[in-house]
Design a protein around this ligand. Structure first.
Ligand code: URA
Ligand code: CA
Length: 441
């Protein structure tokens, strides 16, 4: 049977056989199926979807398209957390050190920025000297020694996902539940995680913008993890505004350090505690969510979390002095305020556009070969529901190229809606999805 028949079958809305899905994943990994045929099938999947059996099969085939990390030398359960991607979403740099300081073993594979969303690898690389590349042995060694490591996808991990992801990014085929679910869960399974906590974003800065679609995505991932025999749980959390106030690589590292130093808090800390407490439960350390949060707060207040972040940075080749003195991080030449065009309540944010604004300043890539400027980005001066006077700052741009300011200011002013009425504030956590079912907040 030729691959065209597979495309035609999916185009007609029929489920693919295990064999056809195997051919698809292997052909993507080894390059034997041309990009135009892969892209065509991806688009057919976007329109016709996949049933649970197909999605699980695709995940398993992608996982086995490369090597699978063996974490069995590490004592206890290795727990991993993954977000579907957001703006100002620095939870990893807050919760990984806190969870590790509480005794969890966190062996985390992170991603780079994608589209309007930021990526933990790019954030870590903004720390002078810090590397996100390790051999499998080095990765295991670091987790054994200090309890945590955050690195990038090594050479032959999930090559099918690498190929399909790059195509999806440029063919309008990112926003599909079976494609996102298989992409994320295959990587988590290949990285050897013993337990998985997922953060599925919902709202104007997320891949899935409605709560119902986000819950469906969470359920698809939890179902696959459960079939694979892994303890797995997903929280659906809000992305109707940047989660933290800082958007941009070194800026987000700074915000994580501020939080771990007790100088900042807010929604970013709240969501980090929600997710981190689930990681501590999965690790057998906390007995429930309240206990998990209390342990993480204790690690924050004692300074153990900040110390753990410094250890992790040092073991990955970076300069840990940035944890004590922010001046060791790169900083931008110019700071320019974005003034409100009228007085009123901050009623709505187009968070995707805010992410693109940071990207325009150089914080993200428009094409794969773009080089990121670690210092640039923006800091939000308002949150949803705040009252602003005309002329007051909505945000502050941090930039190295002054000529980019005018367009960025305009984009930010368009992205933030100011209204007469005080808006109803969205919740931080919309739902928890586990093998036992869906609990809506
Ligand atoms: N993150 C991934 O790794 N894959 C997706 O498809 C979306 C977000
Ligand atoms: Ca083990």
């Amino acid at each position: 049977m030729s691959f065209v028949d597979t495309i035609l079958k999916k185009k007609a809305g029929l489920p693919l056989s295990d064999e056809e899905i195997r051919t698809f994943a292997r052909g993507a990994a080894d390059g034997s199926i041309p990009d135009y045929q892969l892209s065509s099938l991806l688009m057919a999947i976007c329109f016709q979807g996949m049933n649970a059996q197909e999605t699980t099969q695709l995940t398993m085939e992608m996982m086995h398209s490369g090597s699978v990390v063996d974490l069995s030398q590490i004592d206890g359960v290795c727990v991993d957390k993954h977000s579907t991607g957001g703006v100002g979403d620095t939870t990893t740099l807050v919760l990984v050190p806190l969870a590790a300081a509480c005794g969890a073993k966190v062996a985390k594979l992170s991603g780079r920025g994608l589209g309007h969303t930021g990526g933990t690898l790019d954030k870590l690389e903004s720390i002078p000297g810090c590397s996100v590349e390790k051999t499998q042995e080095g990765f295991v060694e670091q987790v054994k020694k200090i309890g945590c490591a955050v690195i990038g996808q090594t050479g032959d991990l999930c090559p099918a996902d690498k190929a399909l992801y790059a195509l999806r990014d440029v063919t309008g085929t990112v926003g599909s539940i079976p494609l996102i679910a298989s992409s994320i869960v295959s990587k988590k399974l290949a990285s050897g995680a013993g337990a998985i906590v997922l953060d599925v974003k919902t709202g104007s800065g997320a891949l899935m913008q409605t709560v119902e679609e986000s819950i469906q995505l969470a359920k698809a991932m939890v179902d696959i993890g459960t079939v694979a025999g892994k303890p797995i749980l997903a929280l659906v959390t809000g992305m109707d505004q940047p989660l933290g106030t800082h958007v941009g690589n070194a800026l987000e590292v700074k915000e994580a350090i501020d939080i771990l130093s007790g100088r900042a808090g807010g929604d970013l800390l709240e969501v980090s505690l929600e997710l981190g407490s689930r990681m501590l439960i999965a690790s057998g350390i906390a007995k429930d969510v309240e206990d998990g949060k209390a342990r993480m707060m204790q690690a924050l207040k004692s300074g153990a979390g900040l110390k753990k972040l410094a250890e992790m940075i040092e073991m990955q080749g970076g300069d840990p002095r940035c944890c004590e003195e922010i001046a060791y991080l790169p900083h931008a030449a110019y700071k320019i305020a974005v003034p409100a065009l009228k007085s009123g309540y901050v009623a709505q944010m187009d968070t995707t556009q805010i992410g693109y604004c940071a990207q325009d300043l150089g914080a993200g890539r428009k094409v794969k070969t773009d080089v990121i400027d670690p210092a640039v980005g923006l800091v939000m001066d308002v949150r949803l529901g705040d009252y602003v006077q005309e002329g007051e700052a909505l945000a502050t741009l941090y930039l190295n190229k002054r000529e980019l300011a005018a367009a960025a200011i305009e984009k930010m002013q368009r992205a933030i809606t100011i209204a007469k009425e005080k808006p109803e504030l969205p919740p931080l956590v919309y739902a928890a999805v586990s093998p036992e079912g869906i609990v809506r907040a």
